[in-house]
Design a binder for this molecule. Structure first.
Ligand SMILES: Cc1cc2nc3c(=O)[nH]c(=O)nc-3n(C[C@H](O)[C@H](O)[C@H](O)COP(=O)(O)O)c2cc1C
Length: 336
């Protein structure tokens, strides 16, 4: 039995956000296992090599507090954020709920984060130490009270691109009012252009993260925008506002975005659909419900070059990335 299975009841006895703070603290203080086999299946994307295709999804380390220890768990890429230009507290608590029997989480955090100033300081300190062991992504959001979205993404890009291996435009969190409307072709192009302009001195690959709850017309518009704008990638997907009918946990009625196992199949289906719509020409990152080598395989079979996870860590613990990497064959795919 893994140590985490023994510790999990203690962590699950804590309110989820407290448990998360404690986990970040333990990471920062070196109390987590080292991943070891992190460079088993290197993958080259955008001219850079990640030691493996398994990534940490945004939201776990919103403020760039634990980048190094997270790489040490074995992740080939770590994405920090979402970061908004100004700090903001997010929604009132409680705002994170475990759906234990469903292996899911619902969150309505609402982009609680310390803002670009604090994150920029930490990213600069991290980069000063030397080469990162993998790819470092920075996920950008907009402040709740900003009337215009594009300038916010521009501020994030200008300030944080110098430290990032890639930037993510997050227009798919369900917890910021009107955010997901930014996935329309017109809005998306404005934001992509504003972001590219803002980082013209330090251009890095630009990725858009999309919601799993899109109508067919939205999917088609996003595919056209991705191809027209020659986007460097799409992350598929963020959390869902839908509630599958087979959920059993009482917390399912909480408002917010659902992640984890119940999201796995819908997000993989969207991944396959976006692969089809973008004709395999856009790099895809498969995110949603990954917690086993078979899940990694399913994302890869649906068109993902890279895979990310968050909720899997909650249920399977910090040893998960290393176990997933160990399950990959040397060409980055899980063994047959
Ligand atoms: C508590 C929590 C906070 C999250 N915060 C963010 C965020 O700030 N930005 C973002 O793009 N995605 C955020 N996400 C979504 C994850 O990055 C990921 O897309 C989603 O959870 C699906 O992956 P999973 O099933 O492996 O968790 C968050 C997810 C959770 C559970």
């Amino acid at each position: 039995m893994s140590l985490y299975r023994l510790l999990r009841p203690l962590l699950f006895g804590l309110e989820p956000e407290r448990a998360h703070r404690l986990t970040l603290w333990a990471l920062r203080h070196g109390m987590m296992p080292g991943g070891g086999s992190g460079n088993r299946a290197p993958v080259t994307v955008w001219g850079k090599t990640a030691p493996n295709p398994i990534g940490l999804a945004a939201g776990f380390d919103k403020n760039a507090e634990a980048i190094e220890p997270l790489f040490r768990l074995g992740f080939g890429l770590v994405e920090i954020g979402s970061v908004t230009p100004r700090p903001q507290p997010g929604n009132p608590r409680p705002r994170v709920f475990r759906l234990v029997k469903d292996r899911g989480v619902i969150n309505r955090l609402g982009f609680n984060n310390e803002g670009v100033d604090a994150v920029e300081r930490r990213l600069a300190a991290f980069r000063e130490k030397g080469t990162a062991p993998g790819l470092l992504g920075v996920n950008l959001g907009k402040n709740k009270d900003s009337p215009e979205a594009a300038p916010d993404y521009g501020i994030g890009a200008k300030r944080l691109a110098p430290y990032a291996d890639y930037l993510v435009i997050n227009v798919s969190s369900p917890n910021t009012p009107e955010l997901r409307a930014l996935q329309s072709h017109f809005e998306l192009e404005r934001i992509i252009e504003a972001t590219r302009d803002a980082m013209s001195a330090n251009p890095v690959p630009l990725i858009v993260k999309i919601a799993p709850d899109l109508k067919q017309a939205d999917k088609e518009e996003i595919a056209v925008a991705a191809l027209d704008e020659a986007l460097d990638g799409l992350i598929i997907s963020n959390t869902t506002v839908t509630r599958p009918t087979n959920l059993v946990s009482p917390q399912q009625s909480e408002t917010g975005g659902l992640s984890g196992r119940p999201l796995r199949c819908p997000s993989t289906a969207l991944l396959a659909e976006m692969h089809r719509l973008t004709e395999g020409k856009i790099l895809l990152i498969g995110t949603g419900g990954v917690s086993s080598p078979q899940d990694v395989e399913a994302k890869q079979a649906a068109g993902a070059t890279l895979v990310q996870l968050y909720t899997g860590l909650v249920y399977k613990g910090p040893g998960l990335p290393a176990r997933l990497v160990a399950g990959l064959s040397a060409d980055g795919t899980p063994p047959a």
